[in-house]
Ligand binder design. Structure first.
Ligand SMILES: [Zn+2]
Length: 611
């Protein structure tokens, strides 16, 4: 008896479907990608019961002839891949030709299509039931394609049981559609859920890609958050030594990043609003997530995630998209280099946010060559907008920086610290109330002070200048528990470099003989003990024994500021001036905002004067 039998094609399709069709959202993804690849300018997606009872995708793309319609339902028939080698440089989205037969094998499936450039006035309809073609007929149809998948997994009860609630499934679908809509602003999208229109996104006309993205985001989200443009061209390290193929290599070294990221202070508690695309394909990659956080550095609170919509463009040969059957996860061949470039792109955008409106009067000067890595502007203080007193009725100085003529095209209003601010008062001994021409501004004294101290400290460390420190009149000894003493020993070097003069003075005893000048601690010993506690807490969260210098600096700053008295009048003015000179003035080193702005429009809305 012959025990070996060939798998019938239907079974093979169902197995393949297990890889590709995880849930309704993956069906939607495959179908929408097909529509986009077919050059559709309009895609409508309709679902019922979270996609369990119906998924229908209608497009006005190229459509198919009767032969093609039948062929595309055969496994591994794809117009996009001719040879196996082509897999390495796939630039289109839906290269998985097996998606359609896979979907058809696990649903009640119907494809209706008519070729855009064909001569036939009629369309074709193919009805497939759990993988079996049950009808092929001519029919009236608009050009393009309508694909319907009803009762997903009806023939695989075990899979059907694993589907989550309708809400969960439809939120996965919506998440994917959001990504597709962001990647293709020129395409009209319509999303209908249980007969109700969820969104209707008209095609964006703007040619400029950032403007188009902004407009699409606005259509999706309504009110726009403070987003900063990213426009970065990087170069991956050169490959090999050969002189030939120079051109081919140049293409492979390109690493461009563009899109929008949240301004300092704009963040979320999940990664939900973090949209990353590689060659227009939405992706997940842990290195990319890490690079984003690195890029924000101190502009993001712990446990918060950036808001972003970023497009990375690289040679497709630099990316491995086949590590996940549904192509969600990708791998860069040169992961570390890619990560560093992304970090650089984000950081540059954040630094530019502050610097771009630094409308220095145009001086006839030899053009300075721009440093590759923008240094914090601390070193060259520029003319800053005046800090006027509330008493003066003088209008804001004429030289108040207007948006320079050559300002980057993307943003209209200058950053907050580039408009004149008038001091109104202080509330709660902590919040400084300021007024700008745009409305109300609140400044958190502690956060601002922390940022200033932090940048001063880091700059000294980078320049390898010993931090100034104030000798104590009387050195004090501080005794700690054995464990704390052990811990502190590991941080001594960093602390000394930061101006905290501590040295070992026995098994568990340390000698404190100097403090940074800005620390006005009335009880130096307590200052050290509390500092150790805070450092320990910081150490637990990063899970290392030896803390990085910037972690120590952050903690010293926070603690120094806490130990300080509230500032008054002229000190406050200095505070704002010093903040203006910071590279990342809008957050404290822990990522909390230093300033909050409420413009007149918002005030009017709150008082019911405007909608
Ligand atoms: Zn802080």
């Amino acid at each position: 008896m012959n025990r070996i039998r060939l798998l019938p094609e239907q079974v093979a399709n169902q197995i393949a479907a297990g890889e590709v069709v995880e849930r309704p959202a993956s069906v939607v993804k495959e179908l929408v990608e097909n529509s986009l690849d077919a050059g559709a300018s309009r895609v409508a997606i309709e679902i019922q019961a979270g996609g369990r009872s119906l998924i229908r995708v209608t497009d006005d793309g190229a459509g198919m002839s009767r032969d093609d319609a039948l062929l595309c339902l055969e496994r591994h028939a794809t117009s996009k891949i001719q040879r196996a080698e082509d897999l390495s440089s796939i630039a289109t989205m839906g290269f998985r030709g097996e998606a359609l037969p896979s979907i058809a094998s696990v649903s009640r499936f119907c494809l209706t299509t008519r070729e855009r450039d064909g001569d036939s006035p009629e369309g074709t309809q193919v009805v497939v039931n759990g993988g079996k073609i049950v009808a092929v007929k001519a029919c009236g149809s608009a050009t393009g394609a309508v694909v319907e998948a009803r009762q997903l997994f009806f023939n695989l009860p075990a899979r059907r049981k694993f589907l989550r609630s309708e809400e969960t499934e439809s939120s996965h679908i919506e998440r994917y559609l959001t990504l597709a809509a962001l990647a293709c602003p020129a395409v009209t999208f319509e999303f209908i859920k249980d007969g109700r229109v969820v969104w209707q996104l008209p095609a964006v006309k703007a040619n400029e890609r950032l403007a188009a993205l902004r407009e699409r985001l606005r259509a999706l989200r309504g009110a726009e958050e403070r987003l900063l443009p990213v426009d970065f061209s990087g170069t991956l390290p050169a490959y090999g030594q050969e002189e030939e193929f120079r051109e081919a290599r140049a293409a492979r070294e390109r690493f461009d990043v563009w899109g929008l990221i949240g301004a300092p202070g704009v963040s979320r508690s999940t990664r939900e609003e973090q949209h990353i695309f590689v060659n227009r394909r939405p992706v997940e990659n842990r290195g990319v997530n890490y690079a984003l956080l690195e890029g924000y550095h101190t502009a993001l609170m712990k446990g918060r995630y950036p808001v972003c919509c970023l497009f990375i463009e690289v040679d497709p040969a630099e990316v491995d998209v086949n590590i996940h059957p549904a192509k969600r996860e990708i791998k860069f061949h040169r992961e570390k280099a890619a990560r560093d470039l992304l970090t650089q792109a984000v950081r540059q955008a954040l630094l530019e946010f502050h610097q771009r409106v630094e409308a220095k009067p145009v001086l006839p000067q030899a053009p300075e060559s721009k440093p590759v890595y923008a240094a914090p502007p601390l070193a060259q203080p520029v003319d800053l907008p005046h800090f006027t007193k509330p008493a003066s009725s003088v209008p804001p100085p004429a030289q108040a920086p207007a948006v320079p003529a050559a300002a980057p095209k993307q943003e209209s209003s200058p950053a907050l610290l580039h408009v004149p601010l008038r001091l109104v008062g202080v509330v709660g001994k902590l919040y400084v109330v300021l007024e700008s021409d745009r409305g109300l501004v609140l400044l958190d004294q502690h956060a601002a002070h922390e940022r200033i101290l932090f940048e001063q400290m880091m700059r000294r460390l980078e320049e390898n200048v010993a931090a100034p420190s104030q000798r104590l009149l009387l050195a004090e000894t501080v005794e700690l528990t054995a464990r704390d003493a052990d811990f502190l020993r590991g941080q001594l070097k960093a602390l000394t470099r930061l101006g905290v003069g501590l040295s070992e003075f026995g098994e568990r005893t340390f000698l404190l003989d100097a403090l940074p000048p800005f620390v006005r601690a009335s009880d130096p010993r307590r200052f050290v003990i509390e500092l150790v506690d805070e450092l320990k807490a910081a150490g637990q969260s990063v899970n290392t024994l030896r803390l990085g210098e910037h972690v120590v600096a952050k903690t010293v700053c926070r603690h120094a500021v806490k130990a300080n008295d509230p500032l008054a009048g002229p000190e406050l003015e200095n505070l704002v001036e010093d903040l203006r000179r910071c590279a990342m003035p809008y957050t404290c080193p822990h990522g909390r905002p230093t300033l909050i702005e409420m413009n007149y429009r918002e005030l009017e809305r709150k008082f019911g004067r405007a909608q």
